[in-house]
Design a protein around this ligand. Structure first.
Ligand code: FAD
Length: 509
């Protein structure tokens, strides 16, 4: 078709994109845009500053990252080999409900639906009848994580009950390097310089270009701000304000310190709560990523470093990396001709590894709403609406982890239980309590099994269950569940120990 619309679009098409920042966000954007805009011959430049560096954390992902790998034409095997990657089947939450208690948030389903009724209603029916049935026993991902084994989903017997998904842990610095190599081979230009000025056109309010501190001017049509917490373009230059959620989520600092490998190479992230925050443990092939996320009102930085040192398993491999953050997001993620991605757009603590996935969905949304040089405000408006919802849904999921705690007598956790919940989350809880109903809002990152794992993990019980579950008698259900446990047991036996799997699959090059 050579119609007028195509010609007009061609005349006003974006000719050049400038990505400022070369951390995970900048290079993910560059790699994906280079692939997807290949035919349009858009010039893509990444400006990064080796003098400033990157935030140096961000090692755990969610399964959607594997779609990103596919989109840019690489395999899990290649990424994991290049970044010392390991498998992630979910997150173990230790001591969150109370010290000594733990539960697992898996990337997988629980049990099987039957007669249109979700499995958890049968589980609730048995619980109501006094049966000590654990939801976690009906999830293959959880069972594999407990046994420290893994197999590729394609290697499992085909059966709904045996569905699971997986994500990866990786060395974030090596992952960004891997992406940069690909992006550059796909035609992206890389500039190592520090941006000192953002030039804004006084008439249009759009960014004309950025200038480096050695006098180089870099102009473009579309700018992507990936400058991390600095938010140099979107926040500092264009003045997009910040929606601050510090009143909802208590933590505002982190300290990270990798250590030598010690203990088992678990195919999951561990998050362990303590009086003033929580600790992460992320096993990689060559080291273990560790850190604390904490509330500065309750713990000083020195105390945090001392606490982390006392809790890590192996010899430290670096000095502590202290990071301050403000939970929330830019009011506009897209303003004029500038879109913010990564930490420049907003940040919520890494409790559920959601920052990299927000970068990925941000890039996908930008491509779905890709503008021309007229920058129709309707496109930015939809980007901002949907991204705000996506942030709010994640915020609510994180908030549930804090609010539902039963760690009594510790000031931070006592305050968390008193937090007034946003209405969307309060409504979810009301409906679950009423009859085990799981609400799905628009732009939810976490699906039913994730919410269920929290309800079950924190003992948030439903008053009753779907009456259709009464189709089966208690003995019927007992024997059906016994068969499910047996199938899961047989599937787990097909798995390989995680480290043996990695040796054969993705040994680091
Ligand atoms: P950065 O890594 O900070 O990169 C910013 C880039 O901008 C750098 O290249 C820098 O040089 C450049 N830059 C800045 N100013 C200028 C300038 N003036 N001129 C030129 N260049 C400039 N996410 C997850 O998904 N999973 C996790 O497990 C996870 N853990 C985390 C733990 C902690 C404690 C924190 C704080 C974050 C974590 N995140 C996690 C978030 C994750 O680290 C980030 O989302 C991700 O690294 C993206 O960062 P970024 O690229 O936006 O910023």
């Amino acid at each position: 078709m050579t119609g007028q619309s195509e010609r007009i679009h061609g005349e006003r098409a974006i000719r050049s994109i400038v990505i400022v920042g070369g951390g995970t966000a900048g290079w993910m954007a560059a790699a994906m845009l280079a692939r997807r805009l290949e035919k349009q011959r858009v010039k893509i430049t990444v400006v990064e500053s080796s003098a400033i560096g990157t935030v140096g954390v961000g090692e755990a992902t969610v399964p959607g990252i594997r779609d990103f790998f596919r989109e840019i034409g690489v395999t899990e095997r290649e990424v994991m080999a290049a970044s010392h990657g390991t498998v992630k089947l979910g997150i173990e939450f230790a001591d969150w409900k109370r010290p000594g208690h733990s539960f697992f948030h898996p990337f997988g389903l629980y049990g099987m639906r039957s007669r249109g009724v979700a499995f958890h209603h049968y589980w609730q029916k048995l619980r109501a009848a006094g049966e000590p049935v654990e939801l976690a026993d009906y999830c293959l991902a959880t069972a594999m994580a407990k046994q420290n084994v893994f197999m590729l989903p394609t290697d499992r017997p085909v059966h709904d009950l045996l569905f699971f998904d997986w994500a990866v842990h990786f060395d974030a610095g090596l992952f960004a390097k891997f992406l940069a190599t690909r992006a550059v081979s796909d035609g992206v230009t890389r500039v190592d310089a520090t941006i000192s000025t953002v030039r804004i056109n006084a008439q249009t309010g759009l960014i004309d270009g950025v200038d480096t501190n050695c006098g180089k001017a870099i102009d473009g049509d579309l700018f992507i701000d990936c400058t991390g917490f600095r938010s140099l373009l979107l926040g500092a230059a264009l003045g997009s304000g910040y929606e601050d959620w510090s009143n909802l989520l208590p933590c505002d600092r982190a300290v990270a310190m990798p250590c030598e490998r010690a203990g088992p190479l678990t195919p999951f992230t561990r998050s362990t709560a303590f009086a003033q925050g929580w600790q992460w443990r992320i096993p990689l092939q060559h080291r273990v990523g560790n850190g604390l996320v904490y509330a500065s009102r309750h713990l000083s930085d020195d105390e945090a470093v001392a606490t982390l040192r006392s809790r890590i398993e192996g010899a430290p491999l670096a000095e502590p990396n202290l990071i301050r953050f403000r939970t929330g997001h830019r009011r506009d993620f897209w303003r004029g001709n500038c879109v913010g991605l990564g930490l420049a757009a907003g940040f919520m603590e890494p409790l559920e590894s959601t920052s990299i996935t927000l970068i990925q969905t941000g890039i996908e949304k930008l491509l779905a709403l890709f503008p021309d040089r007229d920058f129709d405000p309707a496109l930015a408006s939809e980007f901002n609406r949907s991204t705000t919802l996506e942030y709010e849904r994640i915020r609510d999921f994180l908030l549930l982890h804090y609010w539902a705690n039963d760690r009594r007598g510790e000031p931070m956790w006592d305050q968390c239980r008193d937090t007034a919940l946003p209405e969307a989350l309060a409504n979810k809880l009301r409906l679950f309590r009423a009859r085990g109903h799981l609400v799905r809002y628009e732009w939810e990152s976490f699906q039913d099994p994730s919410w269920l794992s929290m309800y079950a993990g924190f003992d948030i019980a439903a008053r009753t269950y779907d009456p259709a579950a009464d189709y089966f008698s208690i003995p019927d259900l007992q024997s059906a569940l016994a068969r499910m446990r047996e199938s899961i047991g047989k599937a787990v036996a097909l798995g390989e120990p995680h480290d043996a799997f990695l040796k054969a699959y993705a040994v680091a090059s």
